[in-house]
Design a protein around this ligand. Structure first.
Ligand SMILES: [Zn+2]
Length: 494
C-alpha cells in the first residue's frame, strides 16, 4: 500500500471531503496539541515540536496498537534530544510508516502518543489524557494502523494476493472472453474478526472521534468520514459493515437541527458506546477501563452540557439512567470457554465504586429504560459532585428484603450477579427497584447488600435484576412484590 498512486488517492479523498461533503467539516486550521512530530521531508529527520500557546496547523493523529513497550518513547530524560531530531531507524515500523503517510499527504505534523506524551511523567500523562478527545476530534485526518498488532510491525505492507479462479466465456461476438472469480471476504461487526485495532480498548475512541480516517486494514486502505463509511481508497475487496457514526455532528462543531437530547437519550447513547467499548481488550484494565474512554466522555459532556465524572466513567445529570447496566454474562461465559475456561469471566476492579460499570471487567449491556421510580439524590453542590467522584452515590429507591422474594419459584424473575461465578442469592441481599424498561413490561433494579462494619451504613451493588410485571405501569411491583413488604429507603452506595 506504499505507492504514489495510493497516496494520490488519499490526498484526493481528503480534498473531496473537505470541500465537497455537506455532512463533513470544511478545511480548518486546528489548534495544535501540546506537542507534535514535525515529519520534515523525505531526507530529513523528524523531530518533536513543542507548540506555542494558540499555535494552529493541520495535523494527523495516529491510532495504532502498541503491542508491548516502545523503547524510543519520549521520557523526561530524552525530550530535549527528540526536539533536536529523531533518527527514523530508531522508531517502530508502524511509526515510520505513519510518518511516511503524513509526508505523502502533505501534512507537516503528526500526533503519536508514545512520542508526544512524556511517558514517565504522571502529571503530563494526566494533562494530555484529559484533552485526548480534542486531539482526535480536531485532527485533519486520522491514520489507523488497523492491520498491525504491534508498533514494530508496520502497516504499509503489500496486500495479500486473493485466490481466484479464471473463467473463460463466450462473448456475444462468438469470440472467447476471459474473466475471474475473485475471493470475497465480508467482515461484519466492527471488523472485530479482521483488524487488531478493532479489538483494542484504546483504539475505540481513536476510531470514533476523528471526523475522517484513512484505515490501513488487512484487506486494503479504506476511507471513513461523516458522509462516507468504509469506502475503498484503492479498488480492493473491502466490504465492511459497521457503525462509525456513533457521536452527534456537534462533536465536530457541525450545525444540527436536533435539540440536545433529554437525559434518557443521552444515557442511551452512552450505554451503547460503553457496550461497544467494554468488550474490547485492555492490557491494564484497572487503570484504563475508565481512562481509555474518557476522551469521548469529555467531548460528550461538552456537547450535551453535562458533567462527565471521569473517575467513574458516567455522566452526572443522567446518572439515574446509567446505573442499570448489567454484566453480559452470556458473552463473558462464552469468551471464557473459548479461552479454555482458564481466564476468570468477570473480575472486580479495586478502587472503583460498585455502581459504576467500569468496576467490573468484561462485556456490559443494558435494557433501554423508560419510566423511572428511583432517584439519585444530588443537591447540585460541589460536595455531591465530589462524593460521586470519590465513589459515593445516594439513591432513594423502593426496596424489598431478599427473604420476601421467591426468585427460584418464579420463572418471570431474573437475577444476575455481577461476578458471574462466586455469588449466590440469600437473605443478605436487598432488591432496589430503579424503574421500568422502555416497553413498561419489566421492573428493573439492583441487588445490593450491606458493607460490613460501615457506620453510617453503606451498601454495595452485587447484581442486577428484572422481573416481568405484566404491564402494570401504575404499581409495577404489585404483581411481583407484596405491597406491605416494600419500603422507600435512602441507600448510600459505594
Ligand atoms: Zn467527508
Amino acid at each position: 500500500m506504499k505507492s504514489d498512486f495510493v497516496f494520490q488517492k488519499a490526498r484526493e479523498w481528503i480534498s473531496e471531503c473537505e470541500h465537497n461533503h455537506d455532512q463533513c467539516p470544511g478545511p480548518t486550521i486546528p489548534l495544535l496539541p501540546t506537542r507534535v512530530i514535525d515529519v520534515g521531508r523525505e531526507n530529513q529527520q523528524p523531530r518533536l515540536h513543542v507548540s506555542t500557546p494558540g499555535e494552529r496547523a493541520r495535523y494527523v493523529a495516529l491510532s495504532y496498537c502498541w503491542g508491548g513497550d516502545q523503547p524510543y518513547a519520549t521520557k523526561k530524560g530524552t525530550i530535549h534530544q527528540k526536539i533536536g531530531g529523531i533518527p527514523m531507524q530508531e522508531l517502530g515500523q508502524s511509526i515510520q510508516d505513519a510518518i511516511t503517510v503524513a509526508r505523502n499527504i502533505s501534512i507537516r505534523y503528526i500526533w503519536i502518543d508514545a512520542l508526544c506524551i512524556i511517558q514517565d511523567d504522571d502529571d503530563d500523562k494526566n494533562r494530555e489524557l484529559a484533552v485526548m478527545g480534542d486531539i482526535y476530534r480536531r485532527a485533519t485526518v486520522a491514520i489507523t494502523a488497523a492491520n498491525a498488532a504491534r508498533a514494530a510491525d508496520g502497516f504499509l505492507h503489500p496486500l495479500p494476493e486473493l485466490s481466484s479462479v479464471s473463467c473463460p466465456f463466450l462473448t456475444s461476438e462468438n469470440t472467447q472472453g476471459s474473466g475471474a472469480l475473485v475471493e470475497h471476504k465480508w467482515t461484519l461487526h466492527n471488523r472485530a474478526a479482521g483488524d487488531p485495532t478493532d479489538r483494542r480498548g484504546w483504539c475505540f475512541q481513536e476510531a470514533l472521534l476523528p471526523c475522517r480516517r484513512l484505515v490501513f486494514g488487512t484487506q486494503g486502505l479504506s476511507w471513513d468520514c461523516l458522509q462516507e463509511d468504509s469506502k475503498p481508497v484503492v479498488e480492493g475487496n473491502i466490504h465492511v459493515l459497521r457503525s462509525f457514526k456513533m457521536l452527534p455532528p456537534s462533536t465536530w462543531g457541525l450545525p444540527t437541527q436536533d435539540p440536545i437530547p433529554p437525559a434518557r437519550e443521552q444515557a442511551r447513547m452512552w450505554k451503547n458506546l460503553v457496550k461497544q467499548f467494554a468488550k474490547r481488550e485492555l492490557t491494564k484494565p484497572d487503570e484504563d477501563r475508565t481512562r481509555a474512554i474518557s476522551g469521548i466522555g469529555n467531548v460528550l459532556a461538552d456537547v450535551h452540557g453535562d458533567e462527565y465524572l471521569s473517575e467513574v466513567a458516567m455522566f452526572r445529570k443522567s446518572l439515574l439512567f446509567q446505573i442499570d447496566w448489567r454484566v453480559d454474562g452470556f458473552t463473558a461465559r462464552s469468551r471464557s470457554r473459548r479461552a479454555g475456561g482458564k481466564t476468570p469471566t468477570v473480575v472486580r476492579i479495586e478502587g472503583l465504586p460498585t455502581w459504576s460499570w467500569a468496576s467490573v471487567t468484561g462485556p456490559i449491556s443494558s435494557l433501554a429504560m423508560g419510566k423511572m421510580s428511583a432517584e439519585v439524590i444530588d443537591d447540585g453542590s460541589e460536595i455531591t459532585a465530589n462524593e460521586l467522584r470519590s465513589g459515593l452515590l445516594r439513591l432513594r429507591a423502593k426496596v424489598i428484603h431478599g427473604s420476601r422474594v421467591e426468585v427460584g419459584a418464579r420463572r418471570d424473575w431474573r437475577v444476575e450477579f455481577d461476578l458471574v461465578e462466586g455469588d449466590a442469592f440469600d437473605d443478605r441481599h436487598w432488591f432496589a427497584f430503579l424503574g421500568l424498561d422502555s416497553l413498561g413490561q419489566y421492573s428493573v433494579g439492583l441487588v445490593v447488600s450491606l458493607i460490613d462494619g460501615t457506620n453510617p451504613q453503606e451498601w454495595q451493588r452485587v447484581g442486577w435484576f428484572c422481573a416481568n410485571c405484566g404491564h402494570d405501569a401504575v404499581r409495577p411491583w404489585s404483581n411481583i412484590w407484596d405491597e406491605k413488604d416494600v419500603a422507600v429507603r435512602d441507600l448510600v452506595l459505594r
